[in-house]
Design a protein around this ligand. Structure first.
Ligand code: ADP
Ligand code: MG
Length: 312
């Protein structure tokens, strides 16, 4: 992209009169829809300000047009990648203020989240999961409908009811959760998927590096939390009661829905959770955690073939 300076240089070395070209450039810039909108909102802008501020106006309209045809953050052609200029009037001068665009803000937010919690689990295929690719008839229709219904009607903070997807490995439980996450995003509802085995392991290490509380707070208060593959982790009394139990307790009080995927049904998961690393079983404690899961989710059996087995 050429800068105003180089444009002006061309004008000044060209055959035609410099002033004439400058005037032509000014007219073009002033006709621009974004510049016109600014001028409508700022009646105090006079002719001198316009003359002096021409380079700023030129930069502004050029970058506004880039943003209108945004090619994505990686290919952003703006002078400062991911930043969008706003025209302002600064003591009788036009000036530009650069703020990060919405895509940049979103990317940075994701990065911060992921630097906080490593087990936030968003593989590419899940990021791309959409209800458009989900079958609404056949053996998985029940699960697809339950997922879509949640995505369309969830009201975190008002209704803490979630879903419990269980079924064999590879039938598409996590994929459906991905479609929910993407639909919720469109409703501006933030969700977090954590892969349970990694998450519990990470929480154990977090005690040592002092990030436990921060991580726990984040997961506790995500508008929608998805605990993926619960039951696949090596459970201990501590992860069950002080991590899982504490998270579910808080979410229940705040009416924040939690969604689960598991290879186990409720009863099998209860058995898994009653394992005690201290020896023997802790059925009562497992029951207490399970009660929160049973009470705050609708169980949905996900049927179907193992989609992974058919992959090359
Ligand atoms: P589960 O969580 O039940 O073990 P996954 O959700 O990981 O199963 O799905 C297994 C594989 O099938 C994944 O690679 C996933 O991307 C793919 N998959 C599942 N459902 C769909 C779908 N509706 N459309 C396209 N791919 C799907
Ligand atoms: Mg899965």
């Amino acid at each position: 992209m050429e800068s105003i300076q180089s444009s002006l240089k061309q004008f000044s070395t060209g055959n035609r009169n410099f002033q004439q070209r400058l005037q032509a450039l000014k007219e073009t810039v002033l006709q621009d829809q974004y510049v016109q909108q600014f001028l409508r909102e700022h009646e105090e802008v006079d002719d001198t300000m316009l003359e002096q501020g021409l380079p700023k106006l030129y930069e502004f309209q050029k970058e506004q047009h880039h943003c209108a045809h945004c090619p994505g953050l990686q290919a952003c052609p703006n002078m400062m990648k991911g930043f969008q200029p706003t025209l302002i009037v600064n003591r009788h001068f036009l000036d530009l203020q650069y703020n990060p665009c919405s895509i940049k803000i979103e990317v940075e937010r994701e990065k911060r989240k992921q630097s906080l919690i490593k087990s936030l689990y968003i593989p590419k295929e899940i990021l791309e999961a959409r209800f458009d690719n989900v079958e609404f008839d056949g053996e998985r229709s029940h699960a697809s409908n339950a997922a879509l219904n949640f995505a369309l009607t969830a009201k975190p903070g008002e209704d803490g009811h979630g879903l419990y997807f269980y079924g064999k490995f590879g039938v598409g439980k996590t994929y459906l959760m991905g479609a929910i996450v993407n639909d919720l995003k469109e409703r501006e509802i933030d969700s977090a998927i954590v892969y349970a085995p990694d998450f519990f392991r990470e929480m154990k290490y977090a005690i040592g590096d002092g990030t436990f509380q921060q991580k726990l707070d984040y997961v506790k208060s995500a508008a929608v939390l998805i605990l993926d593959d619960l039951g696949a982790e090596a459970i201990t009394s501590w992860t069950r009661d002080d991590v899982l139990g504490a998270i579910l307790q808080h979410r229940m009080m705040e009416k924040l829905p939690t969604l689960f995927t598991s290879n186990y049904d409720y009863d099998e998961l209860e058995k898994h959770l009653s394992y005690s690393d201290k020896g023997g079983t802790e059925e009562l404690k497992a029951k207490r955690v399970m009660e929160r899961i049973r009470h705050y989710t609708t169980p949905v059996f996900v049927e179907g073939k193992n989609r992974r087995a058919h992959r090359p």
